[in-house]
Design a protein around this ligand. Structure first.
Ligand SMILES: [Zn+2]
Length: 272
């Protein structure tokens, strides 16, 4: 009796869905974080990239990752925080925790809230610092670019950023195309069901550059409600419908895309 099974499915990378941008450290999850993660697992979510906005968030994300295996910690400075000193402290934390972090984020540009040209220049300097750190440490960037999509992409291309995720991109498909050509990825939140702009984006972009995210606790399908990682299924279904594909095909593609961006994640399921 042969015990060899060449080409068996056991050798294939198993499919696993990653919520590529969420704020699971937010205190609104303090009462039921384990239940929230259990609901996510039920729909196939094996990892949640948990971004931070401050130094305090980064420290909390690292602590939570020690308590919940699904939490994949990231560290960054939200682009409206024009704080060079905190940026420096975060840079140090990121260097010291390089092996535990899965991404730098969220970082980027925000021209929605920051209007003053001088302030925008400070924002750009801080962003540049994190892009350079991403290249030096070979860590992916998890990017916020509200009302500044074109500008953020220009900075990234100019600096030669390689591992890039643009989260909840609010620009036009034509602004996104240079990023697609550079191999950057776009994560799609459940709010796509109520955003004509995001629907147009998904209709125009190739499946090979899409990821799922929730931005929990915000950007859910229903405005104002608490969003959670299990809701990636809303994004998945919307992408399948808009691109005329099966949900299985989209699930497999976004899993591979996440794997391409993040590499072997600590929780990436491996067959025994
Ligand atoms: Zn966010």
């Amino acid at each position: 009796m042969s015990s060899h099974h060449h080409g068996s499915i056991a050798y294939a990378v198993e499919m696993s869905i990653i919520d590529c941008h969420a704020h699971l450290g937010d205190p609104v999850f303090d009462g039921d974080r384990a239940e929230v993660l259990a609901r996510a697992r039920e729909v196939g979510v094996t990892g949640v990239v948990t971004v931070g906005e401050t130094l305090e968030d980064a420290e909390r994300n690292l602590r939570l990752a020690g308590e919940h295996t699904e939490i994949l910690p990231a560290a960054g400075l939200y682009p409206t925080h024009l704080d060079e000193q905190q940026a420096g402290l975060l840079e140090r934390l990121i260097r010291e925790n390089r092996e535990r972090l899965v991404a730098i984020g969220e970082v980027g540009l925000d021209h929605w809230k920051v209007k003053d040209e001088g302030d925008r220049e400070v924002q750009r300097q801080i962003f540049t610092r994190f892009v350079r750190l991403s290249l030096e440490l070979d860590l992916p960037l998890n990017i916020h670019s509200r009302s500044a999509g074109r500008h953020a992409i220009a900075v990234l291309l100019e600096l030669g950023a390689r591992r890039v995720q643009l989260h909840a991109f609010d620009g036009k498909p034509s602004s996104a195309l240079p990023a697609v050509e550079a191999g950057y990825l776009f994560s799609i939140p459940p709010s796509i069901v109520r955003s004509r702009q995001k629907q147009k984006l998904v209709q125009r972009l190739p499946l090979s550059c899409l990821l799922l995210e929730t931005d929990s606790p915000v950007l859910g399908a229903v405005p104002g409600g608490r969003n959670e990682p299990a809701e990636v299924r809303v994004s998945l279904k919307a992408i399948a419908e808009l691109q005329g594909r099966s949900e299985e095909e989209v699930a497999e593609a976004v899993s591979q895309n996440a794997h391409r961006l993040f590499g072997d994640l600590p929780v990436w399921p491996r067959t025994a």
